[in-house]
Each structure stands twice: as structure tokens, then as C-alpha cells.
Design a binder for this molecule. Structure first.
Ligand code: NAP
Length: 661
């Protein structure tokens, strides 16, 4: 990634963006070039960016409004504009680009609210209920609403309020940045030796994003020069490290420091945190508030198999990849065919001598021909030459992702196609995806019969397919085993057909234990209640953030905040941070010791998300996925859109909480 010049502090403040776009390059290209670039752009984005840069929203003609055709498998280019709309829009964009060139416009300031509304109206087809959430994501808004509007000194001058933030991954960096802006004093601990969380730990071959890069960044760090349409793991890690540096967080992190235990002191109204530092020594410290930014997908799930310990070869989990092991010439087994295996298998098939893939259930794959592609030249030009094009593009990815693919996985009551599909639309998707599989495996019917999933599309995470998975499975050196694993031996794995697969290396791409929230930490709340006893295997938090009986304790990547077919994860995490800060603000403003959410509020929230999840493919009783916990409740997934989460995290409802003196 090209290093971006050091940002100016005023610019960072003005746009609430650690990657502020101060000035674009002047356009010097001729008309022919501009015509081509207009036609090769994402037209609604280009029109929005040009309207903002020229201060002229009259170019956003109503008849050029994108219809926002809901995405089935991939986003529709230009939001589904018709051919004639595209032609007219390209002509309007070309003419606006020539004005930009003539006037040598290379900057744009934050926009008046009315202009923002007009552009949102154009992009969203007048969906006003989206505007406030979208403002949060628009660097050119006068007030995005994410930055705290208060500082600790203004509200609680002289009060001691030390806060502990646990984890310096995607969630922890967001928390630290916003807490720093509010000047709330904090200690940030990270169990590993560097920032980046999951992206620091997952370094397996082929690791990359499986959602579009531009939807996977912070509203306060809108990097524009991403090299790939689906960023590589290392690129995201570089970004996270860079964000932490720019936010001046890195030097404040206590690395290699693990939280062992939290205990709420009912008398002192503080949390007592026991941590283990780099030299192994334990320390007990007291904090007024605790923010858990621990991840969901970071505790490896390594299933138990008979004879596992006998195996003499090498074993590793996808998240604990041992790069010292050279796979060249080795016989390798990969257990699992989820998102991690799906990236590992095609990445290693070329190197290994023989590959055995143990599949329990086949994954659904959405076509993504651009999965490994760099950003196009036209895109890079637009980012350099049209002020804030990348930021408008990011907004567009988030906007079109509000409904995302929700409509393809929403269940119809009493749908007769169950358990293979959940609705007519879902059945249509199924048939389309099966037809793709039939084409990919047409010369291998013995494999085809095993790669067609036997559950509805969307019931588990759908993967991005640019055909490399099929190529890897079809390679002569690959064996797909679907009968299941009977046992391990010294030399390999015996399948349920009794066949021994001799291997040198076993890769467990068997996922994580996402529903075991905080399982490595003891958390004793009011009256000594341990959080896992309270949850009893069914982690629940009000708005995904607060748990009754655990005052001033905030979960950032808590239960039920992960989206799978719609929405931005960064948005959800940022809003959880902002909500936590609002709760702390209430505590400070009232001079209270702590805030504790009421049980009724939690129950109401859980009933509401359960109702939403029951309508989705993954919420059907005949489906089994890591989205569910051991009680069968979907405790990981947010079933609604980013807009509903914006709404419920906008304010801390007084009647839902108790304030402790
Ligand atoms: P996963 O989706 O949970 O997949 C685990 C795989 O292991 C599944 O195929 C599962 O089969 C199989 N498995 C589990 N236990 C097994 C057993 N006892 N015997 C045989 N097979 C077994 O885990 P993951 O692939 O690591 O991905 C987890 C999540 O991480 C993803 O859903 C995604 O959210 C995230 N992720 C994201 C990216 C990205 O953005 N690039 C990449 C990787 C992961 P069943 O399906 O039958 O359970």
C-alpha cells in the first residue's frame, strides 16, 4: 500500500477522518479520456462526488436516480441503472468533469446539511429513514455524529474515572480512538504482541477479505488508496496498524498483557481487574469502567477425534498457521470447508504433493469474478482526481449494503421448499447457484453430488467464488472426502468408509467458538454473580453492549451485533463504542458511580432480535450453524439493518437503566 502523506491535524478534525483528503490532483486529461473515465466509473458515485465538488446538486436529475435494485448475488453496477440512464448519466458526468477541469477544482469543504440531504435523496431514492445513519459515514458531513460532543474535563473535571479497554483489534482501536477524543482516561491492554486482532493472527495462505474492501473500514479512517477490491489480510493489518499510529494509540497499549479476571466491588463501585503481563506476573488494578473489545472469532475450535494424539505429522489450526512448515512436496489434509478453508485450499494446492479435503457440509458460493482483482485504473484515477471520490464510493458500498442481500434469505412462513430453501426468492437463488456448480463440476459428477449444499443458501456464511475453489477440488492431486472422519492414526486420517488417507500435515480449518463469549475470563458482577452463570451458554447483552448486573461494563463486539448478508461490521462496532460513551457520559453527568441495564430491557431486546433471526434462513429450526449457541438460539447475528442499530444506539434510555450512587 502506498504510504499516504502525514495528515494535517486540522483536516483530521474537520472531516473527523484520520485519512483526510485535503487536495486532489488537478485534471489535465483531454475530453476523450474524460468520456472514457465517466463511462468506466460507478455513475451514481461519480455524480454525487461531482455534485459535492461543484456545489451543484442540479446535476442529480431525478430521472438519473439509481433504482437500487436489491442485490441477489453481487451488487448491481450503478445501482441497477437502465442503459439509457447510464448513457445520460455518463454524459452529465463527462460535462461536470470538464467543469472541474476548467475551474481546476481540487478541494471540497464539508457540505451544508441541505446539500447532503439532496445527495442522499439522489443516492437512496429518497429513503429519508437512512439519512442519519448515512451521515455517520460521510466524511463531508458537518457533523457525522460519531465523535463525542463532550470531553471528560467538561463533564467531570477532577473526577477519577480510569477505564480499561481490553483488546487492540478492530473493535479496540475504535474504542480507544473515541475514548481518546472524549479524553476519558483509559488503559488499553492487548494479549498479543501487536495491534490488529484477528488480522494479526490469521496469516494463513490466501487470507483476504470476503466482503468488499470499501465496506470494511472505519468512518473515522476512510482510506482511499486500497489496492484490492477484496483486500488481502496483510493490507488490512497494515491499515489497522496505521490507524492506531495515526490515532496516537499504539504507544498507549500494554502489549502481551492478558485479562484473567474482573470483579465488581459492590462497596467501592469499581472493577478490580487481574491481568498477566509480559513477564508472567499478575497485577490487580481498579477501574471505574471496563470495555471489552475481545473478538468473537478468535478461540480456535479443534474438534476431538479418536487417535488424534497418535498422529506423527504436523497439525495446525488455520488461525495458528506455522509458516516454518514448508508445504512443498507434502501430503496435506484440510479439515473443514468454511470461509478459512475456502481461502487456504486454492492457495496451497499448487505447492502440495497431495491434498485431502474433509468436508462435512458444502459451502454456498456467490459469484465474485473480481475476488482477486486490484482496483481498476479508472477507479484509481477517479480517487486521485475527483475530490473525495473514494469516500463517496465507500458511502455507496455502505448504502447499497443497508438492505444488502437480506431479501434473498428472508424466510416465508410454511414455505414448502424447506429444508432446501426458505422462500421463493431463496429457491431461485438456490437454483442459480446450483446451476453454477453444475457447470463447474460438469466433468466430475462424482464430486458434483457432494458439493451441492443440502441446506438453504444463506443459512451459513456464503463465500465469494471466482472459480478457484472448484479448480482446487478438481485438481488431480486433490481428494474430497465426505464420509466423515472415523479416527486418526500415526500416519493420517481414516474416513468413515474405512479408507486411510496418509498425510504429513493436518490443517484444522474448523472454525472458532464464537458463542463462548469471554470464556477465558472470569467476570464477577454485582453480588458475585459470574457472567457465564448468568448467561448459561446463551450470551445476551442489551443492544449487544450491556448486561444486567455488570455495571459500567461494555461489550463492543458483543452478542447479536454481527451482520452476515447486510451492513458494515465497522459501523456496528463503532456504534457500540459510541453507545458505551453515551452511557459513561450519563454516569459522569449525573455524578453517579455506575450504570446498570435492567433485566426487562435486556429481555425486550433479546425477544426483538430473536424475532428478527427467526425470519432468516439461519434462524430456521432445521439449520445448524455457528451463528447459534448450544441452546439453538442465534446469539451472534444481527438480523436487521445498520439503520435499526443506529436508531437503538442513538440514546441511552433512562427508564431502561439503574444508576448506582
Ligand atoms: P467455519 O465457517 O466455522 O468453518 C468450519 C468448517 O469446519 C466447516 O466446514 C465445518 O463444517 C467444519 N467442521 C467443524 N467441526 C468439524 C468436525 N468436527 N468435523 C468435520 N468438520 C468440521 O470457520 P472458518 O472457516 O474459520 O470461518 C469462521 C468465520 O470467520 C467465517 O464465517 C467468517 O465470519 C470469518 N472469516 C472471515 C474471513 C474473511 O473475511 N476473509 C475469512 C475466514 C473466516 P460444518 O459446516 O458442517 O459445520
Amino acid at each position: 500500500m502506498t504510504p499516504t502523506p502525514e495528515p494535517d491535524a486540522d483536516e483530521i478534525h474537520r472531516f473527523d477522518d484520520l485519512y483526510p483528503v485535503s487536495q486532489s490532483e488537478a485534471i489535465v486529461e483531454d475530453d476523450e479520456f474524460l468520456r472514457q473515465v465517466s463511462a468506466g466509473s460507478e455513475l451514481p458515485v461519480l455524480l454525487a462526488a461531482l455534485a459535492a465538488a461543484l456545489g451543484d446538486t442540479s446535476i442529480l436529475h431525478t430521472d438519473l436516480q439509481p433504482p437500487l435494485t436489491p442485490m441477489d448475488t453481487q451488487p448491481h453496477p450503478h445501482g441497477g441503472m437502465s442503459e439509457s440512464q447510464k448513457e445520460k448519466a455518463a454524459a452529465v458526468a463527462f460535462s461536470a468533469l470538464t467543469v472541474l477541469r476548467e475551474k481546476q477544482i481540487t478541494t471540497v469543504d464539508v457540505l451544508p446539511d441541505e446539500t447532503v440531504r439532496e445527495i442522499f435523496h439522489y443516492l437512496s431514492g429518497g429513503r429519508e429513514e437512512w439519512y442519519r445513519m448515512l451521515t455517520h459515514e460521510l466524511d463531508l458531513a458537518t457533523d457525522k455524529g460519531g465523535r463525542p460532543s463532550w470531553t471528560f474535563g467538561e463533564v467531570a473535571q477532577g473526577r477519577s474515572f480510569p477505564t480499561l479497554i481490553i483488546g487492540a483489534g478492530v473493535a479496540g482501536i475504535a474504542a480507544a480512538h473515541r475514548f481518546a477524543q472524549a479524553e476519558v482516561p483509559f488503559t488499553l491492554i492487548e494479549a498479543n504482541g501487536s495491534v490488529g486482532g484477528t488480522w494479526a493472527k490469521n496469516t494463513y495462505p490466501g487470507v483476504r477479505l470476503d466482503t468488499p474492501t470499501f465496506g470494511y473500514s472505519y468512518s473515522f479512517a476512510q482510506r482511499g488508496d486500497w489496492p484490492h477490491q477484496f483486500a488481502r489480510g496483510g493490507e488490512i493489518l497494515d491499515y489497522l496498524r496505521d490507524v492506531a499510529e495515526r490515532a496516537l494509540i499504539t504507544d498507549r497499549i500494554e502489549f502481551s498483557t492478558r485479562l484473567l479476571r474482573l470483579r465488581w466491588d459492590d462497596d467501592g463501585r469499581v472493577w478490580e481487574a487481574t491481568t498477566r503481563g509480559p513477564n508472567g506476573s499478575e497485577q490487580v488494578r481498579r477501574f471505574a469502567a471496563v470495555v471489552s473489545a475481545l473478538g468473537q472469532l478468535d478461540r480456535p475450535n479443534i474438534p476431538e477425534f479418536e487417535g488424534q494424539s497418535l498422529f506423527r505429522g504436523t497439525t495446525m489450526h488455520s488461525q495458528e498457521w506455522d509458516h516454518a512448515v514448508d508445504l512443498k512436496g507434502k501430503r496435506v489434509a484440510v479439515i473443514g470447508t468454511g470461509a478459512s478453508a475456502y481461502q487456504i485450499v486454492p492457495a496451497i494446492v499448487g505447492d502440495v504433493d497431495a491434498l485431502t479435503v474433509f468436508q462435512r457440509s458444502a459451502p454456498w458460493m456467490l459469484p465474485a469474478p473480481n475476488y482477486h482483482h486490484p482496483m481498476t485504473d479508472a477507479f484509481s484515477w477517479l480517487v486521485r482526481k475527483v475530490p473525495h471520490y473514494a469516500q463517496w464510493y465507500r458511502l455507496w458500498v455502505i448504502l447499497t449494503g443497508i438492505p444488502g442481500r437480506t431479501h434473498t434469505v428472508t424466510a416465508e412462513a410454511d414455505w414448502p421448499g424447506a429444508p432446501l430453501s426458505v422462500s421463493a426468492k431463496n429457491q431461485e437463488l438456490r437454483e442459480y447457484l446450483v446451476a453454477r456448480l453444475e457447470a463447474q463440476f460438469r466433468d466430475a459428477p462424482e464430486i458434483l453430488q457432494h458439493v451441492v449444499p443440502t441446506y438453504p443458501p444463506g443459512a451459513k456464511r456464503m463465500l465469494r467464488d471466482n472459480e478457484v475453489w472448484a479448480s482446487a477440488l478438481l485438481a488431480e492431486k486433490t481428494t474430497l472426502v465426505t464420509s466423515g472422519i472415523a479416527r486418526f492414526t500415526e500416519d493420517g486420517i481414516v474416513d468413515n468408509d474405512g479408507l486411510l488417507h496418509e498425510v504429513d500435515v493436518v490443517v484444522y480449518a474448523t472454525g472458532f467458538k464464537p458463542s463462548d463469549y469471554l470464556d477465558e475470563v472470569e467476570v464477577l458482577g454485582r453480588n458475585g454473580v459470574e457472567i457465564h452463570d448468568f448467561w448459561d451458554g446463551d450470551a445476551r447483552a442489551h443492544n449487544g453492549v450491556m448486561v444486567p448486573g455488570f455495571p459500567n461494563f461494555f461489550l463492543i463486539y458483543g452478542p447479536n451485533v454481527g451482520g452476515v448478508v447486510a451492513g458494515s461490521l465497522h459501523f456496528m462496532l463503532e456504534r457500540a463504542v459510541e453507545y458505551s460513551l453515551k452511557a459513561i457520559h450519563e454516569v459522569l453527568r449525573r455524578g453517579a458511580a455506575a450504570i446498570d441495564v435492567r433485566r426487562e430491557a435486556l429481555d425486550r431486546f433479546v425477544a426483538w432480535v430473536d424475532q428478527g433471526n427467526r425470519r432468516m434462513a439461519w434462524g430456521q429450526p432445521y439449520v445448524s450453524t455457528w451463528y447459534q449457541n448450544r441452546h439453538g438460539r442465534v446469539s451472534q447475528i444481527w438480523p436487521y439493518t445498520n439503520v435499526e442499530y443506529w436508531d437503538i444506539t442513538e440514546s441511552v434510555v433512562e427508564s431502561d437503566h439503574d444508576f448506582l450512587d
